[in-house]
Design a protein around this ligand. Structure first.
Ligand code: ADP
Length: 366
């Protein structure tokens, strides 16, 4: 029987539990023995109870749970070869040679490094007597399948990541609450949302909440004129009878000279207009709470596909990542997705916005 371990790693997101549940149950359905790897890569490195079998009933009720019940961590040891050696040993000792990782680009990069290093890790383990020649012969290949759990929706080659719509829902609820009091007092609110390099959450929140103005990293405003432009737009809306002002700022927002556009600066510009302005940084409520229906559906369908991909994977094909494109669950090359994601972030860092746009467009169209 094939033994597959499932892990959640990196920043948590709503829907990760649903993904784990789907993987465990699909695996059992297809006749595999399933393992949970607890606390991200720490579970591999430390083994013991942190890498243990999970049964059908162990994930009962997980579909709607928020966060991840098998834990997640930033595991420094796994970045070192010694940590990955431990990981390989713990897997081989349990007869596990497939790993399904639900995380962000960092976690998926780590997984792919682990797979490419696997033959040399096993050779070293045998040489130092930590595994037997028989074990080495039996588990020559490591299968890796990636699933993307991220509230930021920041991965290339997939339209959505698990958690992004739940996070967007949370943001919309919060902005709705804020809007009520903003309208009562005719106030302006600057709402800062998460997303790192990616402005998807901010842009979509702007659309869903009818914001006056949105700042995203992908479309940096002119450093010299954005304040005046913001003031003109907000004044125009006020003059047309709007009683509130809502501005959404992505945490990674920058201007075209690469200075951060901070919520405080945006507030100052609105105060200059004479508006009573408050800043709300939403913070971790954005990652909290239960997964919305879309994320439960995405996680479940992708979890099943991840197990199928693990069972069909061969040593000669690149590790797959499970994505969704135009409403179809798809397999795409994991490292290609990571590469394109990093290229966009790098282009933004290098102020090459045209290139960033083209890369992102291409990534979405593929
Ligand atoms: P995310 O997966 O959300 O992008 P991180 O970048 O923090 O989050 O990665 C999560 C974990 O994945 C790290 O703490 C580390 O254990 C592992 N990891 C990330 N990058 C690598 C790498 N290059 N080599 C080995 N492990 C890595």
């Amino acid at each position: 029987k094939k033994r597959i371990a499932v892990m959640t790693s990196g920043g948590d997101s709503q829907g990760m539990c649903a993904a784990v549940r789907a993987v465990i149950r699909a695996g059992i359905y297809f006749g595999c023995e399933m393992y949970g790897c607890f606390e991200g890569y720490t579970g591999l490195v430390e083994g013991g109870e942190k890498l243990r079998p999970l049964e059908w009933a162990d994930v009962r009720g997980w579909l709607s749970e928020g966060g991840t019940l098998i834990g997640t961590a930033r595991c420094l040891e796994f970045r070192e070869r010694a940590g990955r050696l431990n990981g390989a040993e713990n897997m081989v000792k349990r007869g596990i040679d497939a790993l399904i990782v639900c995380g962000g680009d960092g976690s998926l990069t780590g997984a792919d490094i682990f797979r490419s290093e696997w033959p040399s890790l096993l050779a070293e383990l045998e040489k130092t007597g930590r595994i037997t020649a028989t074990e080495h012969g039996k588990y020559q290949h490591l299968t890796i399948v990636g699933m993307v759990g991220s509230i930021d929706n920041d991965m290339a080659l997939t339209d959505n990541t698990i958690g992004a719509y739940s996070s967007l829902e949370r943001i919309c609820e919060m902005v709705d609450y804020i809007d009520t009091t903003a309208a009562s007092h005719s106030r302006a609110f600057v709402v800062e949302v998460m997303g790192r390099h990616c402005g998807w959450l901010a842009l979509m929140a702007g659309i869903c909440c009818g914001a006056d103005y949105v700042f995203v990293p992908e479309q940096p405003p002119c450093a010299k004129t954005w304040r005046a432009d913001l003031q003109a737009v907000c004044s125009k809306h006020r003059a047309a009878g709007r009683r509130k002002t809502t501005v959404i700022v992505a945490e990674g927002a920058i201007d075209d000279e690469l200075n951060a556009v901070t919520s405080e600066e945006v507030k100052q510009a609105l105060v200059e207009l004479g508006l009573d302005t408050r800043v709300t940084t939403l913070g971790h409520v954005q990652r909290g709470g239960t997964a919305v229906a879309f994320d439960r559906m995405l996680a479940t369908m992708q979890g099943v596909e991840a197990v199928k991909a693990a069972l069909e994977s061969t040593p000669d094909t690149p590790s797959p990542m499970i994505g969704i494109e135009a409403n179809q669950i798809v397999r795409v090359p994991l490292m290609e997705a990571v590469k394109q994601t990093k290229a966009v972030a790098k282009a933004i860092d290098a102020k090459d916005f045209d290139a960033a746009f083209k890369l992102r467009d291409a990534a979405f169209q593929e």
